[in-house]
Design a protein around this ligand. Structure first.
Ligand code: LFR
Length: 477
């Protein structure tokens, strides 16, 4: 028939899921086949991903998904597995929150100054960019590096590649030419032969191996399609913007990724100083955005508090005094796990603000701070790219948090359109539907989303003076 089914594997920092998207000429439905936790593991040598556990979850999900016309995988960015000459994995992939990259960037900048690196790669500074991780690793036995989605694709199909949107987070891609930054790599002594050839979203990535078919009970052949394998690239592809709409987006989840979709990178010194990144999106686009700590701040507090009921906590937070204390939710000081309520309290104390004590007050502080960081990112992006917007789209897990959406509308002084929640999986599905002629391009996919996905609109409540005051308070701190 004309309706096709796609399995979208979407791996986030705290959970993985296999979703089944059914796409027809004028229909798009998404259902969950399997969801599993993603628990980073702390061993004596540091923080590691349980990548075999994730792969087992993927196989279980494919079994639950049943007959599909193709499979696509996206995940968080920057991390990778190293393989030996026989293609065997050398150790567990290191978690981007691991401390081994401390001080590495400074050493890299001694060879290629930060300004030059930004001019060549357009990537924000983050201690975990693949480039810095590579410089912290022992590579002597490594023959090949595969980014996480490419590693899982390799295990499914036996074929190796490096998908472009995720490759753009390595700091080894030139966002103008959309290929390897060979000069930078050379100057830093990084052998680009370590990487498998680049693959574009929409490219075929092989077929499920016979052993995988057997384990999942699927009948072959089942093709795997390269999608925007960086979860944020897939999520941005699923921003339900109307034709011609001038929009900013915020992809919410463990992180908030806030910015604009552009057709060319912004590589100015001002942009570097503001720590905006130029990651690559679908169809020649650039994801011009800033990383904000996101709901990680709340997730870590919930963990510290023994996982209380979130709904009740958010209700209390909504009744707590607004903007009493705010912290800089863009601050890399919040990157590492542990002691989050204390760290937030300390940040408030150090900046001379009231110290939030109760979980409700700390939660309110986090949500106010996130909304404020959203406001700053949306404003900075418009100014730095010279591209004004009329609306902010929020996609991802944070769309379930009505308070965060409303506060973001208030802080930005712009209407917020919230949804879809499973944006990354939808963006993944929409790319898989392209080879079947069901979706032509980004705009076509977005038309389908606006027609089929439930969206919630939040109007700003006209309190811009209060947000300006909070912003000034933070800047003065
Ligand atoms: C979001 C995300 C961000 C990236 C961070 C680390 O899931 O992919 O885009 O900066 O995780 O990989």
């Amino acid at each position: 028939g004309s309706v096709k089914s796609y399995a979208a594997v979407d791996l986030g920092a705290s959970s993985g899921r296999v979703m089944v998207g059914r796409v027809g000429p004028d229909s798009l439905e998404l259902a969950e086949a399997h969801r599993f936790p993603n628990r980073p593991v702390r061993v004596p040598e540091g923080l590691r991903w349980d990548v075999l556990g994730l792969y087992a979850g993927v196989l279980e999900g494919l079994r639950a998904a049943g007959r599909v016309d193709s499979v696509g995988i996206d995940s968080w960015a920057v991390d990778y597995g190293l393989l030996d000459a026989d293609g065997a994995l050398l150790g567990n992939p290191v978690h981007y929150r691991d401390a081994r990259t401390e001080g590495v960037a400074e050493k890299v900048w001694a060879s290629v100054p930060a300004e030059e690196l930004y001019g060549a790669t357009g990537l924000q500074y983050a201690p975990f960019n693949t480039l810095y991780q590579l410089k912290a690793d022992q590579l002597t036995r490594a023959d090949r590096l595969l980014l996480i989605p490419d590693l899982l694709t390799y295990w499914l199909t036996g074929e190796q590649g490096t998908e472009l949107t995720n490759a753009s987070t390595t700091q080894l891609i030139d966002p103008r030419t959309r290929t390897w930054a060979t000069v930078v790599a050379q100057r830093l002594g990084i052998d680009l032969e370590l990487f498998a050839p680049l693959r574009q979203p929409g490219d075929p990535a092989g077929f499920l191996r016979p052993e995988v078919l057997e384990e999942t009970g699927l009948a072959g052949p089942v093709p795997v399609t390269a999608v925007g394998s960086h979860d944020t690239a897939s999520a941005v592809a699923a921003v339900p913007a109307a034709d011609g709409e001038r929009f900013a987006y915020i992809c919410t989840g463990t992180w908030s990724l806030a910015g604009l979709e552009l057709d060319a990178p912004v590589l100015t010194e001002e942009s570097r100083a503001a720590n905006f990144t130029n990651e690559l999106g679908l169809d020649g686009t650039v994801r011009y955005l800033r990383n904000i700590m996101g709901l990680w701040l709340l997730q870590e507090c919930l963990r510290a508090w023994g996982e209380p009921d979130l709904g009740a906590l958010l209700l209390q937070a909504s009744k707590s005094p607004a903007l009493r204390s705010v912290v800089d939710a863009g601050d890399a000081a919040f990157l590492a796990p542990g002691r989050m309520p204390e760290r937030i309290a300390e940040a408030c104390r150090d900046s001379g603000q009231p110290v939030p004590e109760s979980p409700a007050h700390i939660t309110r502080c986090i949500l106010d701070s996130l909304a404020l960081a959203h406001r700053r990112a949306v404003e900075d992006a418009q100014r730095l790219a010279d591209r004004p917007v009329d609306v902010v789209h929020i996609v991802g897990g944070g769309t379930r948090n009505a308070l965060l959406c409303q506060l973001t509308a208030d802080a930005c002084g712009l209407p917020v359109v919230a949804g879809p929640t499973e944006a990354a999986a939808l963006g993944n599905v929409l790319v898989q539907a392209r080879p079947h002629g069901l979706v032509r391009d980004l705009a076509d996919g977005r038309r389908l989303l606006t027609r089929t996905q439930p969206l919630t609109r939040y109007e700003p409540r006209g309190q811009s003076a209060r947000w300006r005051e909070a912003e000034a308070r933070l800047a003065g701190a």
